[in-house]
Every structure is written in structure tokens, then in C-alpha cells.
Design a protein around this ligand. Structure first.
Ligand code: FAD
Length: 542
């Protein structure tokens, strides 16, 4: 690397900085042991200063009395309460740096980890609807049985407006019935799964037990209602959190609004400067803007469409694609390698033969040795829209893809439910059905008085309709990931259908999707568990 040309630090300065930077003499260095607000403020100065970051840290923070630097970093101690008080006292200083020198994006310079526990699936989905800047992780219905009771009660959200209504008893009876059925079916279904797919000699006890347990819980998750309590961990930057808080405050569900207020309270202790606008009049106004427009358009939609009955539809329907996709993709592939205008390139590509275009596409994609070898941005030049009607379980999983545009209709029971064929084969479908149908009656009953709250009753087996719009690059990622053997069968079906339907209209564009898996498996998790065994053996050997 070239010599790093920057005014050198004195020995004393290096010593002062040493706890906070990973090196004091190279062009690339990291920040450490600094609170989020200091890192954010420090970075925000980058765009308005000729100094190096080390120099800014020294001159404008460590040596500036109004920055309360020594107290904020605890003088070496790690007392976060003292740190918070010091940050609050120096708030005017940080506000000046953050707002005075930066723009909205400075709130992306600090982040927080937040745990949201004991929230319903309605609330979990509201959190996970975030895209840019938030990374969520949620307790899995595949690996964790959801039937543990606390103080003799199943863990589901007792929705306050329902509990205060005449429906309270029916609500609890229905949800208890769903959880009782889930609990009662675990053992017989696990035995059936193990009988159907006995352990072979090469599979370990650990891998086999995990794979059969996962299969059983996958088959039963359809009984879990949207009220089921779960845990969601979020890592995000301040800007993304601020926007999320505004959106949560606009929710029709009181649980979600209360959750947003609790999140604000905790974020105020970690990244206060970055999320403060969510609780000001500006934030409240933004929330009102979202909820007012939502309610008005909902009313209009009712006026326009309220009398029309839904037509029969398939699980996945390709409703929009670009007939010129191939030309646009090829033009986008060539674009960075010439100095011609887009129009010139496109005009040239239109005149090419299919064989010539295919050669360009294949060269661009190259030899993909794994699904991680994704085609580049030229594949973002064309989009597909799908209308999907699949069980809520599948929606919960696919909704997590943040690069897509996805929007769902409300959770209801009108589109019927999906029952895994394995339950029929195991002779357990009748019990499953009875619980689902009772839940449907309860949902309809409550929705006459409390339509928003009634959604808490809907079990994951019921279908929900949603729209997916995605570009071809994301198609490769989603289809190859979500069709892979270890995936849940219900979203594997959606991913496989997306592939088949694009293949029917644009075969040349998906010809390089080598890692789509169109097979069915009796024990989806087994191969993944066997790979874990191999890794465990390697770890033990080292
Ligand atoms: C078999 C299986 C089991 C799973 N089990 C669980 C589970 O138990 N619990 C759970 O919570 N989730 C689970 N997931 C979901 C998983 O965590 C992802 O949230 C989901 O698959 C979205 O995929 P993605 O992040 O790759 O894709 P997308 O969100 O579609 O993003 C596409 C790509 O963009 C990049 N990207 C997008 N956003 C960011 C970002 N913020 N930072 C950096 N890069 C980004 C990444 O390269 C990513 O692969 C599971 C997924 C699978 C396939």
C-alpha cells in the first residue's frame, strides 16, 4: 500500500486516541469503545471537514469541554447509567453536530440492538415489515414448540378490546383449543414421521431427532393463531428505527402502538439523538399522515370494490412482466463496457439474434458454482409481479425478503386453509380441521364487532393474499434459497411456482438458475442436520 500521507500524531495524542481506534498510523482504521452518539457525531463531521477522523476526534471531542467526552466514555469504566447522564448533559453539543452538520442520513451512523419479547405475530410482522436498515431475527416455529404454559396459561396475546367485549370467553376458549390440539398432536405425529422415515445407519441420533422434530413442528404450525406470542430481535440504525416508530404509531392495533412507545423508551437510552424526532409533533404528524391516508383509501376501496366477490385464484399468479425484458437485460449487461447512450445500445440489442443475446447473458452470468454466485445489477433491469394466495405460514417466511415490494391484504379465514397431506396420511387431519374450523367461526363472529382485533384469532394455516414485485436478480436469490431442500414445503411451493411461471415466459433469463430445487422431500431438514454433524465432527477433531 502507498505511504499514508497525513499529519502524524504526537506520542501523547496517540496515547489519548489509542483506546478508541484500531491503529494510529494507517489509512484504514476502526472505531471502538465509543458510544453510538459519539461515533455518529464524529462521522457526520466527515462531509464538512478537511481533517482526518483521528484529528476530529481529538480536537472536537476529546479536547472539547462541551462534548463531555471523558464522562461519556466513562474514563475507562463501563457505567452506562453515567454515560447516559453525560450524553444527556451534552445533548445540545451533539444535536448541534448531528443536525447542524449533517442531514437525515446522520441518523444511520449509530445503531442499536433491541429485543421485543412476548409480542404477538401481528406485532412481529409489523416490525419485520421494515426493509432498509433493519435486520430482524425471530423465534422459529420450526425449532421451538409453542405450547409451553406460564402460570397455567398458553402464551398468546389477550387482545384488550376483545377481552373487554362479550367475546372474551369465546376468544380464550378458541385459542386454548388451538394450542391444546397443537400439543395433543405433537407426540402421535412425531411417531408417525419416525415410522415413515426410519433412521438409517449413516444418520446420527442427533441429526435424526432434530430433523423429525422439525418436520413435526412444521406440520403443526398451521394451528398457531396470529395471537401467538413470540420474540423478535432487531438490529438497526437510528434512521430506520425512527421511521419504524412512526409507522408503528400509525397502526390500527393498540398492541403495535404500545410496542412502538416501549421501543422509543428503550432506544432513548441507547441512541436518543437519532430517534428523538419520532416522539415530537413532527413524528406524530407523520404518523397521522400515514393512518389518515390509509383509512381514507380503505373507505374508497370499499366504495369501489366492496360488492365484488373474490374470483377463484391459484397459489401463485404471474400478473405482470416485461415483454422486452431480454433486450433490456442484455443492454444493461453491455452498458458499463461502452461509452454509448442507453438508447443506442438498446437499438443495437434489438437487432441481435436470440442466440447472440443468450451468449451475452451466459457470459455475464458465468460459471455459477453455488447459489451465492449471483448475477450482477443488469438483472435488476426487469421486474415481475405475482399475486400470491398461500397460507400465512408461507407468508410469514417470504415476507422477510427485504429487497422485494410486498403488500398483503388483511388476515382472514375467507380464503380457506391449507392442510399438509402428511396429516391426512397420518390420520390426524380430522382433529386438525376441527380446531381450524372452530377458529374460523370465532374469527367471523368477532369480526362483526371488532374487525381489526379479530385477525388475532386467525391460524397460520389460513390463506392470505399478497402481492410480490421483484427484479430478476432477487428472483435468483429468493427462488434458489427458498426452494432449497431444508425449506418449509409451503414456501418451497411458492418459490418453485415463481420459477416455473417465469420460465414459461422468459426461459433464457432463468436458464442459469442452476440451484432451483424442484424435488419433494420426506424429511426436509435431514441433509442440513447431517451437514451440521460433519461440522461438529470437524470441530471435535481440531
Ligand atoms: C431455511 C430457512 C430457515 C430460516 N429460519 C429463520 C428463523 O428461524 N428465524 C428467523 O428470524 N429467520 C429465519 N430465516 C429467514 C432469514 O433469516 C432471512 O431473514 C430471510 O431468508 C431473508 O433472506 P435474505 O436476508 O437473504 O434476503 P433479502 O432480505 O431478500 O435480501 C437479499 C440480500 O440482500 C442483502 N441484504 C438485505 N438486507 C440487508 C441488510 N440489512 N444488511 C446486509 N445485507 C442485506 C443480503 O445479501 C441478502 O441476502 C430462515 C430462512 C431460511 C431459508
Amino acid at each position: 500500500m502507498q505511504e499514508f500521507l497525513e499529519e502524524p500524531l504526537t506520542e501523547e495524542e496517540s496515547l489519548l486516541l489509542q483506546p478508541f481506534i484500531t491503529n494510529s498510523d494507517r489509512a484504514v482504521f476502526g472505531l471502538r469503545n465509543l458510544p453510538e452518539v459519539v461515533k455518529g457525531a464524529l462521522f457526520s463531521r466527515y462531509s464538512r471537514s478537511d481533517k482526518s477522523l483521528r484529528r476530529i476526534l481529538l480536537d472536537e471531542f476529546i479536547k472539547a469541554p462541551e462534548a463531555s467526552f471523558t464522562r461519556i466514555v466513562g474514563g475507562g469504566s463501563d457505567n452506562s447509567a453515567d454515560q447516559l447522564v453525560a450524553i444527556q448533559q451534552a445533548e445540545a453539543f451533539y444535536d448541534r453536530v448531528l443536525i447542524g452538520y449533517g442531514d437525515d442520513s446522520v441518523a444511520e451512523l449509530g445503531g442499536a440492538h433491541l429485543a421485543c419479547e412476548g409480542i404477538s405475530n401481528i406485532a412481529a410482522k409489523a416490525l419485520e415489515d421494515s426493509r432498509l436498515g433493519i435486520s430482524p431475527l425471530e423465534k422459529s416455529t420450526r425449532y421451538v414448540p409453542f405450547n409451553r404454559k406460564i402460570n397455567g396459561r398458553y402464551r398468546y396475546y389477550r387482545e384488550p378490546s376483545i377481552m373487554a367485549s362479550t367475546h372474551a370467553q369465546r376468544y380464550e376458549a378458541t385459542l386454548d383449543y388451538l394450542f391444546d390440539t397443537y400439543t395433543d398432536l405433537i407426540e402421535p405425529l412425531l411417531s408417525w414421521v419416525q415410522e415413515r422415515t426410519p433412521k438409517d445407519r449413516t444418520t446420527s441420533e442427533r441429526a435424526y431427532n432434530n430433523a423429525t422434530k422439525a418436520k413435526t413442528l412444521d406440520l403443526l404450525r398451521g394451528l398457531l393463531p396470529m395471537a401467538t406470542l413470540t420474540n423478535v430481535g432487531l438490529f438497526g440504525n437510528g434512521r430506520a428505527f425512527e421511521y419504524l416508530l412512526v409507522k408503528l404509531a400509525a397502526s390500527p392495533h393498540p398492541e403495535v402502538r404500545i410496542l412502538g412507545a416501549s421501543m422509543q423508551q428503550e432506544l432513548d437510552q441507547i441512541i436518543p439523538s437519532f430517534v428523538k424526532r419520532a416522539k415530537t409533533e413532527r413524528g406524530a404528524q407523520y404518523s397521522r399522515y400515514i393512518s389518515t391516508n390509509w383509512n381514507r383509501t380503505k373507505y374508497l376501496a370499499q366504495q369501489h370494490l366492496g360488492q365484488i366477490q373474490p374470483a377463484a385464484s391459484s397459489t401463485v399468479q404471474l400478473v405482470e412482466y416485461d415483454p422486452d425484458a431480454e433486450v433490456k437485460i442484455v443492454a444493461a449487461i453491455l452498458y458499463p463496457h461502452t461509452d454509448l447512450t442507453w438508447e443506442q445500445i438498446q437499438e443495437y440489442v434489438v437487432a441481435l439474434s436470440t442466440q447472440e443475446r443468450v451468449e451475452i447473458i451466459n457470459t455475464y452470468v458465468g460459471d455459477r458454482e453455488s447459489r451465492f454466485h449471483r448475477p450482477g445489477r443488469a438483472f435488476e433491469q426487469t421486474y415481475y409481479t405475482f399475486d400470491v394466495l398461500a397460507d400465512i405460514g408461507a407468508y410469514r417466511d417470504l415476507h422477510r425478503h427485504r429487497v422485494l415490494t410486498q403488500e398483503r391484504q388483511h388476515y382472514c379465514v375467507r380464503h380457506g386453509y391449507v392442510i399438509p397431506t402428511e396429516l391426512e396420511e397420518a390420520n390426524l387431519a380430522q382433529t386438525y380441521r376441527k380446531a381450524l374450523e372452530y377458529a374460523a367461526e370465532t374469527t367471523e363472529l368477532i369480526s362483526q364487532d371488532l374487525p381489526d382485533a379479530a385477525q388475532y384469532v386467525v391460524p397460520f394455516a389460513y390463506r392470505v393474499r399478497w402481492r410480490i414485485k421483484l427484479n430478476l436478480r432477487e428472483v435468483y436469490h429468493l427462488v434458489e434459497l427458498r426452494s432449497s431442500r431444508q425449506g418449509h414445503p409451503s414456501y418451497r411451493t411458492v418459490a418453485q411456482e415463481i420459477y416455473q411461471q417465469i420460465n414459461a415466459v422468459h426461459p433464457t433469463l432463468v436458464a442459469n438458475m442452476h440451484f432451483v430445487d424442484l424435488n419433494d422431500y420426506a424429511l426436509e431438514r435431514l441433509a442440513a442436520e447431517q451437514r451440521i454433524d460433519t461440522k461438529l465432527q470437524q470441530l471435535n477433531q481440531n
